[in-house]
Design a protein around this ligand. Structure first.
Ligand code: PMP
Length: 312
């Protein structure tokens, strides 16, 4: 079950909206806003981790998150009011202003802010905002997840590009997530339009089979996950061969290990898929090793992955 809740809303947290740092409770948009009406918004999701030993907050892969957001904007023909360096500086400043000795989650987005009627991309003004919340685990990390293959197919490249994090595309994620949770599962796994395995509602997916780490390739309608990339780096570092390829549904049933990766999910292991036990039903050895390395990396404790974090 998801462990996040509305308690994350803190009216006095500092957000960035319409070119200014303001308390979140003072950030509003008009009901005619194009992005609200048509989902014409692209967003990111980034974390900063508090390291209690060194009393230091670390932003995880700041530059990569900014670059992905700007690429999403480019796909959607949006003009960001902030360049790459300016945006990174705003996010760092938000980290400084919201630094309260705990883990933070950032939701930066570029959206069609004009009050305009027709669904289109061109000639509609864009703006950038970001809010910050406290966030520990998005999914329960103390146990394995029970997941189902969704009856909803993943939107594909020629419907809404999944490579871009477009708000409108997340109606697809919401349908799958609710179907799964309302049927007693924790998460959903999508198949793509060809019927091959794609990803979770907001996570990339990995399998371990016969000593190899396998993940659906980037043409399987998946997001180019930043955690996905980090997991691949960690696996190679640990000497685990990595394969990006098509994955069939029934391979999920015979995987030795199965886990999700994502900014929210972090590394979340799966104990059961479509009512079939995965491996021994416990967290797998490789999953555990990858998770440990990841948790060291995000808190600036892994010497080989120090380049991932920006101290605040
Ligand atoms: N897939 C989808 C659909 C997502 O929304 C996310 C979360 N951003 C991910 C995968 C994981 O990506 P990342 O590791 O960059 O958070």
């Amino acid at each position: 079950m998801g462990v996040h809740s509305l308690e994350q809303y803190r009216p006095d947290s500092v957000a960035y909206h319409q070119g200014e740092y303001r308390p979140l409770e003072q950030c509003h948009i008009n009901i005619m806003t194009h992005a609200l009406q048509y989902g014409t918004m692209v967003f990111g999701g980034m974390r900063a981790y508090w390291n209690a030993d060194s009393q230091q907050l670390y932003v995880f892969r700041l530059k990569d998150h900014v670059e992905r957001l700007l690429r999403s904007a480019h796909i959607m023909q949006m003009q960001s009011p902030l360049g790459k360096d300016e945006m990174a500086e705003v996010l760092l400043e938000l980290a400084r202003r919201n630094n309260a000795g705990c883990n933070l989650y950032f939701r930066p987005f570029i959206y069609k802010s004009a009050l305009q009627l027709s669904p289109r991309l061109h000639d509609v003004k864009d703006d950038f905002s970001c809010y910050v919340i406290r966030l520990d685990d998005y999914l329960d990390m103390n146990r394995g997840l029970r997941v189902m293959v969704s009856s909803w197919r993943r939107i594909d490249e020629n419907i809404i590009p999944t490579r871009a994090k477009v708000a409108g595309g997340y109606a697809n994620s919401a349908l799958a997530k609710s179907e799964a949770v309302q049927n007693g599962f924790d998460e959903a796994i999508f198949l793509d339009s060809r019927g091959m395995v794609s990803e979770g509602s907001a996570e990339n997916l990995f399998l371990v089979r016969d000593g190899q780490l396998i993940t659906p390739h980037l043409a399987s309608s998946v997001l180019e996950g930043i955690t996905r990339r980090s997991v691949i780096d960690i696996a190679r570092h640990l000497g685990l061969p990595v394969l990006e390829r098509d994955v069939a549904r029934s391979e999920l049933y015979i995987a030795d290990e199965l886990f999700f990766s994502g900014t929210g999910a972090q590394i979340a292991w799966i104990t059961e898929v479509d009512r079939r036990r995965v491996g021994s039903g416990q967290i797998g050895d490789w999953t555990e090793r990858i998770r440990q390395a990841f948790l060291l990396g995000v808190t600036g404790r892994h010497a080989d992955f120090r380049q991932w974090v920006t101290p605040v």
